[in-house]
Write a protein that binds this ligand. Structure first.
Ligand code: NYM
Length: 229
């Protein structure tokens, strides 16, 4: 560990809509940390490499069909299979930079609707399986309008990559962010910050570094929090 005293490393999550530039910025952040001599590991959800991840991957690419409840629980299980690893890394002084987390899990599943537009899965039900996961110290929510995201070269071919869906997802992300702000303590001490991801790449990168650098340099006191407990 490169941290002073008994401090642990921070858990940083980057969340956002598809095409928000999140993945590019997460890997830039990871390389910048490493270049600066800071121990950091890059994690991405869904992690498509595990057995569960392979099921998720084939569902997203529409090569398999799954009940909406079942796929939701698989996304959550895919996080739980890395929970201990994440906690150990943080305690050993390695910062964890994570591309998507439980907030995507809730926002995407809660946004699914039937043919009449009625929600398929209740919000609370979507949140429950992720209660108790390692809580991030910082969430950077990459906010972008679905129109602007589309202008960036269109959505891909995977499930959920439709504009109406993205609009609902964005609203759920915002709702989750508001609730996190209101219950910072009970939510495991997570700080939620919205980043205007519609700007130039360099501007976004500058803001991200400005928020992350002090946190990784100082380290964090106390144990890793538990989400929504
Ligand atoms: N997604 C991602 C979910 O629906 N639930 C989750 O828990 C997570 C982590 O999977 N459209 C959705 C969001 C994306 C898709 O993500 C694949 P990515 O970052 O494109 O691999």
């Amino acid at each position: 560990s490169t941290l002073p005293g008994k401090k642990r490393a921070p858990f940083i999550v980057i969340e956002g809509l598809d095409r928000s530039g999140k993945t590019t910025q997460t890997s830039k952040l990871h390389s910048r940390l490493t270049e600066n001599g800071i121990d950091a590991t890059l994690v991405k959800f869904p992690d498509r490499t595990t057995a569960i991840g392979k099921m998720i991957d084939s569902y997203l690419r529409s090569t398999s069909e799954l009940d909406d409840h079942a796929i939701h629980l698989l996304f959550s299980a895919n996080r739980w299979e890395l929970a201990t690893t994440i906690e150990k890394l943080l305690l050993a002084g390695t910062a964890v930079v994570c591309d998507r987390y439980a907030f995507s899990g809730i926002a995407f599943s809660a946004s699914k609707v039937d043919s009449t537009g009625a929600p398929l899965l209740p919000f609370e039900w979507c949140r429950d399986p992720d209660v108790g996961l390692p809580a991030p110290d910082l969430v950077l929510f990459f906010d972008i309008t679905p129109e602007k995201a589309r202008e960036r070269g269109g959505y891909g071919e995977e499930r959920y990559e439709k504009e109406e869906m993205q609009l609902r997802v964005r609203n759920f992300f915002r709702r989750i962010g508001e609730e996190m702000d209101g219950e910072a303590q009970s939510a495991g001490g997570t700080r939620w910050i919205s980043i205007d991801a519609g700007r130039e790449r360099e501007e976004v990168e500058h803001d991200v570094w400005g928020l992350v650098e002090p946190l990784v340099t100082r380290g964090v006191d106390g144990p890793v929090g538990k989400l929504w407990t």
